[in-house]
Structures are given as C-alpha cells and as structure tokens.
Design a protein around this ligand. Sequence first.
Ligand code: SF4
Length: 329
Amino acid sequence: MNAPFPSPNPPASGPSSGKPPLRLLIAAPRGFCAGVDRAIEIVERALELYGAPVYVRHEIVHNKFVVDNLKAKGAVFVESVDQVPDGVPVIFSAHGVPKAVPAKATARGLEWLDATCPLVSKVHRQAERQIADGRHILFIGHAGHPEVIGTFGQVPEGNMTLIETVEDVAAIDVPADRELAYLSQTTLSVDDTAAIIDAILARFPAVVAPKQEDICYATSNRQGAVKQIAPDCDLVLVIGSPKSSNSLRLVEVAERAGSRGQMIQRATDIDPQWLADIATLGLTAGASAPEELVNEVIARIKELREVESEERVTAEEKITFKLPRQLAR
Ligand code: SF4
C-alpha cells in the first residue's frame, strides 16, 4: 500500500476506562509495498479473467492472511509447476523464480503470469549482465530464501557465490581469473549489508558494484521508520510472517535500536503479559502485511490498555508498478 497511509484509530476518548495508559508509536511507512500490491492484484485479476481455479507457485507473498483470502477466492497454492493441472494458468510469486520454472511451464503449454516484483527482476537482469561481461557474482542474501533461489537460477550454475555474513567474505573461494561483481537480495538489513559490502571492498577492491542499491525502497523505508520509533519504545510489535525476510529484519532493527522486538502474525498472538509494565509500545508491519491486520492489532491493544497513539512518518511512498500486459485493462 502506498501513501497516503490510513490514519491509525484515534486514541480512546471520554472518561477514563480504568485501564492503564499506553503510548502507542506507529511507524510509517509500514505494511504493503508496491510489489506486494501488484502481486496480489495479479492473482485477483487472473481469477476474474480465467475464473477459478488459478494456480500460484509458492505463497504469492509471505503472509498467511493474504494467502487464505486468495484461497477463498479460488487460488490454489503449490510449490512446483508439476502440481499444476494441464490447461490451468499458473502465477509465479513476488519473490521471483529460476529461469527453469517458466521454461517448464511453457514446455507443458501452460499459460503463466509472472508476479515477480519488478525490483527483484531488476536484480535478475543485473546478474545476467554481469555474467555476460565475464564476471563472477558475489551474492549477499539468505540461503534458502525463494528470492535467492530465483536469482541464482538466472545464471548458469557455478557463477555466483552466496555471502550471508561478514565472516563469509574472508572464507569464500572465488575464481582467480575472473573479475568480480556483487549484488544482493532486496529485503536485507541495510546495516548488515553495508558491513558485508565494506568487507567485500576490503578483500576485493576491484569488485564491481550494482548501478543502484539492490535493497528495495520499501525495505529501507520500513527499517528507517522502525529506527525512528524504537529508541522511545519498550517493545516493538512487528506484524509479519516468520517466512518474511523484510519482517524478520524489522524485529532485528527494533532490537538494535534499543527496544525489544516481537513478531506477531495476528492480534490473537499478543500475550497480554507483554504489555504489562510497559509505557510505550511501537508497532509496524512487514511489506507483505495488510493494513487490516494493523487495525486489528490496534483494536486488540485498546482492549487491554488506554491508548494514546501517534503515527511517525519518516518517508512518503508513491511507487506503483504496472501489471503484466496480459492483465492490463
Ligand atoms: S519488499 Fe521490495 S522487492 Fe519485495 S515485493 Fe516489496 S518492493 Fe518488491
């Protein structure tokens, strides 16, 4: 979801409820980014265009609430194109897929739609260009994340080395006869990635940097917003999924900025004990968590405490992405 952000619910008014007061600092930007908005719209438009069922390879975005809503509308989520019946369209998730995946769908004669975020696709094209220029790629990311698997699958095997930590930089072996370039996953910690890049530059001073930062605007903005509120908070709740890289990073950012951090998927995850004895609570949401869940969490907090809320906006977001041409109206 892009700016403007829906205003958080106003603080409770009227006579005191008798509940202990709580200051609630709500980070903005938070929640849906342009890539997630686009991916969900692709599934919804495909359902309108083709009728149910429409198959989706992997969770379209890492959020159970979003996935369950789309399931209720007729989307079927699978992990492999092999699980898609003949004659049914398939959509690839926002995280991107290795090239072999659309190739397999095409070979089977399946109609497919690509919901890969354009900012992930940009990294894919950079990887191809670096390989075409004869370079070996150092890829900063988290092993096993679908985006990393998808990006590795853009180039022939053996052309990319994964780097997860600063320590990895000292330990890796790279081909001595090739220039190096580095790229990164889009949803990493801005600070950790900067430290890894420093280590790469120290060991390989001639390494070629990406033309633009690979960490996406949504990831940077959400981390920046949490950094702004966390020093004033006793606890920051991050609405997101344990599978969501950018949401996990928000918990880390809150903790490094001096607060405690806690991920929740829904309001029902809140343990009232967490709020006992705290004066200021922070709230944010990962890029795949809808504002509906933010409102649900605020409502639950208000059941427990007399809330005075304040939204702190650290950036405006106006980015939108076009739909694939098959779905453009
Ligand atoms: S978090 Fe960034 S890369 Fe991922 S879908 Fe959103 S805008 Fe795209």
